[in-house]
Design a protein around this ligand. Structure first.
Ligand SMILES: [Zn+2]
Length: 370
């Protein structure tokens, strides 16, 4: 080996450059940058996106090739910088992965004491967060509000999305809370109680409101006194009239399902009423209008019955169907005396289906077609 020179090696699996050697003379003032440029005959910008490492340590482009760092036959690795992924100049690549992930992690709000949060739901309005003050209302999901705050938000259209199911007064249930005797407005703790069991309305006990009368009772009271009447006003209620206040996730899911079911039913009813008002006979379950049946004669109605009969008997009563069809009424069967059947039939549009022509006048259309 020439004593005045030594060799270093480099390779780049990323660029598919196999192991190569560079022979350095002791008078060379070349740097790693020169070496890079000698490898790529392209723009400097492209060249700058690669760097050398030695034993995993990145090297600056200005590092002279003839440095004590490079022992003879040191192997350099040529690597590409990962843009936007660290190691792109902004980061040295020396940070731990954990630091890196933390840098981009979303900042979480300070942890809220779950106990405090639960308590707040029972003492304060779910919307305004102000202490509960009568008159109070609940929504169909069991959230409790100060009525004034809720109505104001509703009018001002400032209701947050989570309360989007409250569209008007009809979606609020006025509740009657039982004030704990001797407690005034200034106190921060529970102000209301179960009128029967005396349990405080503070989140430690389950409470529900009755939809019809608005009385708020503890679950304990209703368990002890099994009754289908309100324990305060003795008004009757059904199980579905009980709305759990500030229920857990599962209870809210149940309430939400019940609410959407009721909304759908109401919509359907509304549509039916509208149709009847418009003079249309309402729509039956199959979505087939009764009027449609009437227009096409009694045929369909009768056929339906015949089919039902077949299914009901379990026997195939095709005879029944044909009998019924034969009995179908035809006006021409009772043509008046002195009128030929054809002439009499011509009065009825149904008699001449084949030679019917559409004209400019819609009145000439047969009944079922206009
Ligand atoms: Zn009641």
């Amino acid at each position: 080996m020439n004593p005045k020179s030594h060799q270093i090696l480099f390779h780049s699996p990323e660029l598919r450059i196999p192991l190569q050697s560079v022979t350095l003379s002791f008078v060379s003032d070349r740097t790693l940058s020169h070496l890079k440029h000698s490898l790529f005959n392209v723009s400097p910008q492209f060249v700058s996106s690669f760097y050398f490492t030695l034993n995993g340590k990145p090297l600056l482009d200005e590092t002279p090739l003839l440095t004590t760092q490079f022992a003879p036959f040191s192997t350099l690795l040529l690597r590409s910088r990962l843009f936007g992924g660290g190691g792109d100049g902004g980061a040295t690549g020396a940070e731990s992965r954990d630091c890196y992930l933390n840098m981009y992690a979303e900042k979480k709000p300070d942890k809220v004491d779950p106990n405090e949060q639960r308590l707040s739901k029972w003492l304060n309005c779910a919307l305004s967060n102000e202490p509960l003050r009568e008159p109070c209302v609940i929504d169909n999901l069991g959230n409790i509000f100060n009525k004034v705050a809720l109505v104001e938000a509703l009018i001002g259209k400032k209701l947050p999305k989570e309360f989007g199911h409250i569209k008007g007064l009809k979606d609020m249930i006025n509740v009657k809370l039982d004030l704990i005797p001797g407690v005034d407005d200034g106190i921060s703790g529970a102000k209301f109680q179960c009128p029967i069991a005396g349990l405080e309305f503070n989140g430690k006990y389950r409470f529900f409101a009755l939809r019809n009368c608005g009385h708020v009772l503890s679950a304990k009271a209703s368990k002890e006194v099994k009754s289908s009447c309100c324990l305060v006003c003795h008004k009757e209620f059904e199980e579905l009239d009980k709305i759990v206040i500030n229920g857990n996730d599962e209870e809210v899911v149940v309430l939400r399902e019940r609410m959407s079911k009721t909304t759908k039913e109401k919509k359907k009813k509304k549509m039916m009423i509208k149709k009847v008002k418009n003079g249309n006979v309402d729509v039956d379950d199959d979505g087939v209008s009764l009027e449609g049946k009437r227009l096409s004669g009694t045929k369909h109605g009768v056929d339906d019955k015949a089919v039902a009969k077949v299914e009901g008997n379990g026997r195939v009563g095709l005879k029944g169907v044909s009998d019924v069809a034969a009995k179908r009424f035809k006006a021409t069967d009772i043509a008046p005396a002195n009128a030929t059947k054809d002439v009499y039939a011509s009065i009825f549009t149904s008699s001449r289906k084949s030679d019917f022509k559409e004209t400019y006048s819609c009145r000439s259309l047969p009944l079922g077609r206009n």
